[in-house]
Write a protein that binds this ligand. Structure first.
Ligand SMILES: Cc1cc2nc3c(=O)[nH]c(=O)nc-3n(C[C@H](O)[C@H](O)[C@H](O)COP(=O)(O)O)c2cc1C
Length: 215
């Protein structure tokens, strides 16, 4: 079964994420394609990003500046797909979530894995700008962001007493996104197993070094 990691991207007390996440997790678990693990950033006391070459040690198994960063990288390296739940903060994702993604450093843990996004906000923007920004960040992390997303406007009143979304289109969007995620996760898992190209930065450095040698 494909391993899916769900990251909860807001950590503040009273967060609206607690309305969104239980439904997302339940839908992902009942989809059938995934073995789901939830990483709540509240439970991951990641330091503000501070890695550099001196904190890495063995590149094949970096030490990092603290054990929690090492655990975080290992955890993400073991997944086949990522689903990020993010509110919109200042037209972007929360700093705590960006910091968690920055902390995926030199392990290439997210490389060639699909990213599904659930955005929400208190107003009508529905987290759309956060999700768009997350996609930019995802590309640099070498994730493969999915076209289909779930966007939840007016999050305070978006769910019924049973925890399901009041707008049936939200549920439909989730089905479409999870189906896409399963397809991409299986495809990319096969691709990774068959062999990946070295990261572009390595290939660029190697090509530049051979240019140097030739001149
Ligand atoms: C620092 C901050 C910035 C925000 N910026 C936006 C914004 O740019 N657009 C928006 O629609 N809502 C914005 N909001 C409102 C959030 O969408 C709303 O508070 C939501 O509940 C946040 O999710 P959370 O409670 O799970 O942290 C902002 C909220 C905070 C705390």
């Amino acid at each position: 079964m494909l391993k899916l990691t769900i990251v909860i991207g807001s950590t503040r007390p009273t967060r609206a994420a607690d309305r969104v996440a239980p439904w997302v997790v339940e839908r992902a678990r009942s989809h059938g394609a995934f073995d789901v693990e939830v990483l709540d950033l509240r439970e991951w006391a990641l330091p503000m990003f501070q890695e550099h070459i001196g904190t890495i040690g063995d590149f094949a198994d970096p030490t990092y500046s603290s054990p929690v960063v090492r655990r975080w990288n290992r955890k993400l390296k073991g997944t086949d797909a990522l689903l990020v739940i993010t509110p919109e903060y200042l037209h972007s994702i929360p700093g705590v979530l960006k910091n968690a993604l920055d902390n995926v450093f030199v392990s290439f843990a997210l490389r060639n894995k699909p990213l599904a996004s659930v955005g929400y906000s208190i107003g009508i923007a529905a987290g759309a700008r956060a999700v768009e920004h997350l996609m930019d960040i995802a590309i640099e992390s070498e994730l493969v962001p999915l076209r289909n997303t779930v966007l939840i406007p007016k999050v305070e009143s978006a769910f019924d007493e049973g925890g399901g979304p009041l707008d049936p289109m939200t549920d439909i969007a989730m089905t479409v996104m999870l189906d896409d995620l399963a397809w991409w996760a299986a495809l990319l898992a096969r691709g990774r197993a068959e062999g990946e190209l070295p990261p572009a930065s390595f290939r660029i450095r190697a090509a530049a070094a051979s240019l140097h040698k030739a001149s």
